[in-house]
Design a protein around this ligand. Structure first.
Ligand code: F3S
Length: 638
């Protein structure tokens, strides 16, 4: 039986498990990337593992999310990221060099390699034939320490592209079509693999637009084969040696197959407030638009912006439109400047924004209240733009440029313009001076807001302490570790952020936990639901929480508790939940040996003088991580 592209790459990296759909597997990671919003904690965690140098083939630290210098904390973070990268063997992409996914594609992405990134759009790398997966900061820190990445072998969906895109229809319309067909949940537990004759006409940056928004499908990742177009792109980046051919076998077996005829596609838009509410632009007539923003890691390539420049050349944008254009990288910006396209864009009335995430993450360019903003990025959730009642439409660069010219959401085919003709360049402008090479002699600079990542001691023989808090059902990670502008800047300072644990439910929790030197939390059903926020486990660990005893746990939070050495326990008898009250004293004797020998465990409760049985659902590896005192200790012991 033949193999898919996915299976070929995973098979070469498999270190545990078998290539069977649904089976637990572990894969070796060749490359990692981090960005500044998640990177500080990932490197603090890496430092806590006491490993002298990263063990990956290549690790890159990008600064692209928050390049604004509003106060000292942000620039302090950048200094820390730069120096910690140098010390531990990580390349550092300076602010201004571009958006992580665009730069990685240009300069580092490699067909057949695995890439793990602490950013959800890491799957962009699939455009060059990598298996590129987004993960939490600790997972990336572990990969830098040489640990494999654990996942469940996904199903593989084949999307067969036939035909050729008509004029003014582009890669963004392909992925919007896929979102319309599969919805934002359609990719969960799956890898989306593209194939078919239609691929030949798609260059690597166009493919990367498609794999980028695979994240919006909820997919593990998306991948294209590595073929002649991949080779051409790498040659033009002076990286011909990085190319290898990786094609699916003719008799490869997929779990699902979907056909899309590119010739039949037309310009599409994702309407407020979800990327899968997709309609034809031609059917959204006469929508008055206030703002157009072109850029982000989805659509900021040289091809994208040359297309925009061609459409704007010699024309002026509508009087009541604000147009911002953010190139994806210094390479793109330089080439636009060198060939005059930048002048065409500026002459039309656009404002040139930094080569960074910027508007995509709500860092500037918030639309007017109740406004309509047409954008080329990948997410249009309510409020993400910075204006809660604004409506965001996600479109192709062609539709965005047409809209900027008319002031209304416009099908680019309707303007009667000459279709843009674009031939991928034979040579990109190469200047890697904004990527700094490592230097192990570097001293790490830590601003006052950057504190080491706390570690916990290995699991004690007995667990003792009081019930610090008893909660009800459906406690979210937001309840445990709130976000917001007061809390977020403290993400690199666990002792400070820990003061906000359970702040909305019980403002004295942190103080009490520290005074009592930790203890237990009792929860109801579905404890820890919501976002995957690591700090909802890390900060309670800092406060000394030893175990959470709940009726049930949300999956990701339970994994985070284990990673940070907090034991997740459930009631053998759910009615025992009523017996545990805040302030009760607990003793779980011989816990370490009980876990190691897979024995039943019991908690003695004072002052009731009763004993209840507790259960646990831990793999051998989970149990070893808990006994080591969390993942950081576990990895450094290895
Ligand atoms: Fe940045 Fe937005 Fe992409 S925040 S990494 S441009 S999704």
């Amino acid at each position: 039986m033949g193999c898919t592209v996915t299976e070929k790459i995973i098979a070469k990296h498999l270190v545990e498990g078998r290539l069977e759909r649904g089976a637990p597997i572990a894969i070796r990671i060749d490359q990692t990337l981090t960005q500044d919003a998640t990177g500080t904690m990932a490197y603090l965690q890496f430092e806590a593992m006491d490993i002298p140098r990263v063990k990956t083939d290549l690790s890159v630290s990008y600064v692209d999310h928050n390049t604004l210098q509003n106060d000292f904390m942000n620039m302090d973070d950048h200094r820390y990221l730069q120096t910690v990268a140098a010390k531990y063997g990580v390349k550092f992409s300076r602010p201004g060099n571009g958006i992580c996914h665009q730069v990685h594609l240009e300069r580092f992405g490699k067909p057949g390699a695995t890439l793990l990134g602490s950013d959800s759009h890491t799957p962009t790398g699939g455009g060059i034939g990598q298996i590129a997966i987004g993960a939490g900061g600790l997972d990336v820190a572990c990969a830098m320490a040489g640990q494999p990445f654990y996942l469940t072998m996904p199903q593989i969906v084949k999307i067969n592209l036939t035909g050729q895109l008509p004029p003014f229809v582009s890669a963004k319309d392909i992925i919007l079509k896929v979102l319309q067909l599969l919805t934002v949940k359609g990719g969960v537990g799956k890898i989306i693999e593209y194939s078919g004759g239609g691929l030949q006409t798609l260059s690597v940056p166009e493919r990367a637009t498609i794999t980028n928004m695979g994240a919006e499908l909820g997919a593990t990742t998306s991948v294209f084969p590595s073929d002649a177009a991949t080779k051409q792109f790498l040659q033009a980046q002076n990286r011909a040696a990085d190319w290898q051919e990786i094609l699916a076998d003719a008799d490869a077996v997929y779990d699902t197959e979907i056909n899309i005829d590119l010739s039949a596609l037309e310009p599409l838009a994702a309407c407020p407030h979800m990327p899968d509410i997709v309609q034809k632009v031609s059917e959204l007539k006469d929508l008055k638009v206030d703002q157009v923003l072109i850029g982000s890691c989805t659509n900021s390539s040289y091809k994208d912006l040359m297309t925009v420049a061609h459409m704007l050349q010699g024309r002026k944008i509508a009087a009541d439109i604000s147009l911002g254009v953010a190139p994806g990288s210094k390479q793109v910006l330089t080439m636009l400047a060198q060939n005059g396209a930048l002048a065409d864009i500026v002459a039309a009335g656009a404002r040139i924004l930094e080569a960074a995430c910027g508007f995509c993450i709500g860092m500037g360019q918030a639309p007017n209240s109740g406004g309509v903003s047409v954008r080329t990025n990948n997410r249009n959730f309510q409020g993400r733009s910075g204006t809660k009642d604004a409506g965001i439409y996600l479109v192709s660069p062609e539709t965005a440029a047409a809209t900027a010219l008319t002031g209304r959401l416009t099908d680019p085919r309707a303007l009667g313009l000459q279709p843009p003709k674009f031939t991928p360049p034979e040579q990109f402008s190469i200047d890697d001076s904004m990527t700094l090479e490592p230097n192990p002699a570097t001293e790490i600079i830590r601003g006052p807001n950057i504190k080491p990542c706390p570690k916990r001691e290995p699991l004690a023989k007995d667990l003792t302490g009081t019930v610090l808090l008893k909660t009800g059902d459906n406690i979210t990670t937001d309840d445990i570790m709130p976000a917001g502008s007061k809390v977020l800047p403290l993400r690199s300072n666990v002792p400070a952020i820990a003061n906000f644990v359970f702040a909305g439910l019980d403002p004295d929790f942190a103080k009490r936990a520290l005074e009592q030197k930790g203890g237990f939390i009792v929860g109801g059903e579905n404890y820890g639901q919501g976002s995957s926020r690591e700090h909802a486990a890390l900060a309670p660990m800092y406060l000394g929480v030893k175990a959470v005893i709940a009726k049930s746990f949300a999956r990701i939070h339970k994994a985070n508790l284990i990673n940070f050495g907090i034991l997740p326990l459930t009631f053998a008898e759910p009615a025992d939940y009523a017996k545990l009250t805040q302030g009760a004293e607990l003793k779980i004797a011989d816990i370490s040996s009980a876990l190691q020998n897979k024995k039943n465990i019991f908690a003695d409760i004072k002052p009731l003088n009763i004993r209840i049985e507790l259960t646990y659902d831990l793999s051998d590896r989970d149990s070893a991580i808990i006994r080591a005192g969390g993942m950081l200790n576990f990895v450094s012991k290895l």
